[in-house]
Design a protein around this ligand. Structure first.
Ligand code: G
Ligand code: MN
Length: 269
């Protein structure tokens, strides 16, 4: 995309964020064996006045712009916190929700304080938020930032590495002590369980992550045969079309009425 066009799209996205044109879809994360809901991921959608509902592919290139990255991330954190606060206020069982945060935003000044303030002002404990770091080059720098990680961990915020196994994500990241969750890239699962080589890659990775006692979410689970194969690792969590597609509104999330799986401290505003 030419620079001028991209600048215009960036400005249009920021205007759309202010104008309420963006909304969140939620996709559940389920225990592979029991099917119980464990958490969810917030996925942004643009309800474009002319083009209808747009998936991130259509506008995610704008996230390279620091202002878009900041505005979009805080929009998502605020919206998730508000919906969880409302959900909890209605007396429903709450569960953690993951937000995708570009490493540059996670490393920006006062990020931890902003997360805490947004959560508490909506009446939820910050521990209900999970931060997903995409497999970008600078994710490693976030993990190496002791001050940032300590601050987030004190709040009870869990850190996930997204799309593990593709792009910039490396095995070296796993030796960082401060990751809680690893999300396996959906690309790894495409030929499972049909192709023995694909199965060997996933199986070795799951064994390693189990040894490290990390929570694992396998993404892109689309078929029953994939789910059955993954159930060899009974603690594995899964996210994908087989268990549930992204849906608007927490109430439409399959299995949400049977949460919670975890007991978290409930706080008031
Ligand atoms: O990079 P990240 O893991 O955040 O991307 C999640 C994206 O993957 C979402 O846009 C979601 O719609 C998509 N997705 C979720 N489940 C599946 C699935 O089972 N198969 C495929 N192909 N895509 C999925
Ligand atoms: Mn993600």
């Amino acid at each position: 995309m030419k620079t001028i066009e991209k600048d215009q799209l960036c400005q249009r996205v920021r205007r759309g964020l202010r104008a309420g044109e963006f909304a969140l879809a939620f996709q559940g994360v389920y225990n592979v064996k029991t099917g119980a809901l464990s958490s969810a991921e917030a996925l942004i959608r643009w309800l474009h006045p002319e083009y209808g509902t747009l998936l991130p592919d259509a506008f995610i290139c704008t996230i390279e712009d620091p202002a878009v990255a900041r505005d979009m991330t805080y929009f998502v954190i605020k919206s998730v916190s508000r919906q969880l606060g409302q959900w909890q206020h209605e007396g429903r069982p709450v569960f953690p929700i993951a937000v995708n945060v570009p490493p540059s935003v996670a490393m920006s000044e006062h990020f931890t304080q902003h997360v805490e303030r947004i959560a508490r002002s909506n009446g939820i404990t910050p521990g209900l938020l999970q931060i997903e770091l995409s497999e970008a080059e600078d994710a490693t720098r976030v993990l190496a930032s002791k001050g940032l990680m300590a601050g987030l961990r004190e709040l009870g915020v869990q850190i996930a590495i997204d799309d593990f196994g593709t792009g910039y994500s490396s095995l070296a990241m796993l030796s960082a002590m401060n990751i809680d969750i690893v999300k396996l890239a959906k690309e790894l699962l495409v030929e499972v369980p049909v192709c023995p080589r694909a199965c060997a890659v996933v199986s070795a990775t799951l064994n390693l992550l189990q040894t490290l006692r990390l929570t694992v979410v396998v993404e892109g689970v689309e078929t029953e045969s994939q789910a059955k194969w993954l159930a060899q690792w009974p603690h594995v969590l899964t996210q994908g079309f087989y268990f549930g597609r992204p849906t608007f509104g927490l109430a439409n999330l399959p299995g949400c009425k049977r949460a919670p799986v975890r007991h978290l401290e409930l706080v008031s505003a």
